[in-house]
Design a protein around this ligand. Structure first.
Ligand code: PEP
Length: 255
């Protein structure tokens, strides 16, 4: 069985509603995206409906960039997973390094958000990755191991099988410094092994994406890694032509 390939766009805090519509109008012309790779667009909350309306028969899925762990309540500014599901989301990004660094997310809160995502029937994209300082100190494997095991704590194998994991080295995000295919594959193999510890069927099912300065001209080399199943793309996913080229690279990578 081959794992689902995924090309996911993380727009971060970019694009107004009208800019989101312009993107979707242009991106629709590059599809339909019904081939080997699932294409996912994760806009800011304010554009979920605009992007959702543009999906049509394109085969593209909608995702959110974050969620809260409670089902509802007095949590000003937060959005619950059932609300995301109701807004048409299939996926939700959890534990992005920007949220860990700038908004104090921990493996514990990430775990709670994953539980909420599962409860609402969303597919979580769990993000993990080391900082440059951690890499230079030789701690990459232990950091990634802690984030994966902390995030997945308490979930049974059948549930983890429905997850997506994204390895995003912090030093490669938005910096133009992409990990080499070897660096990426090395860490992906560690993640694959952690998944295999939960059962071969888990390792066989969970797509592990790479994120960090993915571009149309580096995706093919990255996808040569046998444990890479696609990409989580920030900057290069803001332009429809560039994101389409990356999605095509993921779709067409030889295995
Ligand atoms: C990201 O934000 O998830 C990301 C990988 O960003 P970029 O592609 O811009 O490095």
């Amino acid at each position: 069985m081959s794992r689902q390939r995924i090309a996911a766009a993380n727009w971060k805090m970019y694009k107004t509603r009208s800019q989101a519509k312009t993107f979707m109008d242009a991106f629709a012309k590059t599809g339909p995206w019904t081939g080997a790779a699932k294409v996912v667009v994760c806009p800011p909350f304010t554009s979920l409906d605009v992007v959702g309306a543009g999906l049509g028969a394109s085969g593209v899925a909608l995702g959110a960039q974050d969620c809260h762990w409670e089902t509802e309540g007095a949590f000003t500014g937060e959005v619950a997973t059932a609300m995301l599901k109701d807004a048409g989301c299939t996926y939700v990004i959890v534990g992005h390094s920007e949220r860990r660094k700038l908004f104090g997310e921990t493996d514990e809160t990430v775990n709670k958000k994953l539980q909420a995502a599962v409860k609402a029937g969303l597919i979580p994209i769990l993000c993990v990755g080391e900082t440059l300082q951690e890499r230079d100190a030789g701690k990459t494997e232990s950091v990634v191991r802690t984030q994966v095991t902390g995030g997945l704590a308490g979930f049974d194998a059948a549930t983890v099988k429905g997850f997506v994991i994204a390895y995003e080295p912090v030093w490669a995000i938005g910096t133009g410094k992409v990990a080499t295919p070897q660096q990426a594959q090395e860490v992906h193999a560690v993640i694959r092994k952690l998944l295999a510890d939960r059962g071969p069927e888990v390792a066989a099912a969970v797509p592990v994406l790479y994120g960090g300065s993915v571009k149309a001209d580096n995706i093919a080399a990255l996808m040569a890694g046998p444990d890479l199943d696609g990409g989580l793309v920030g900057g290069a996913a803001l332009d429809p032509v560039s994101f389409a080229a990356i999605a095509k690279g993921i779709q067409e990578a030889q295995r």
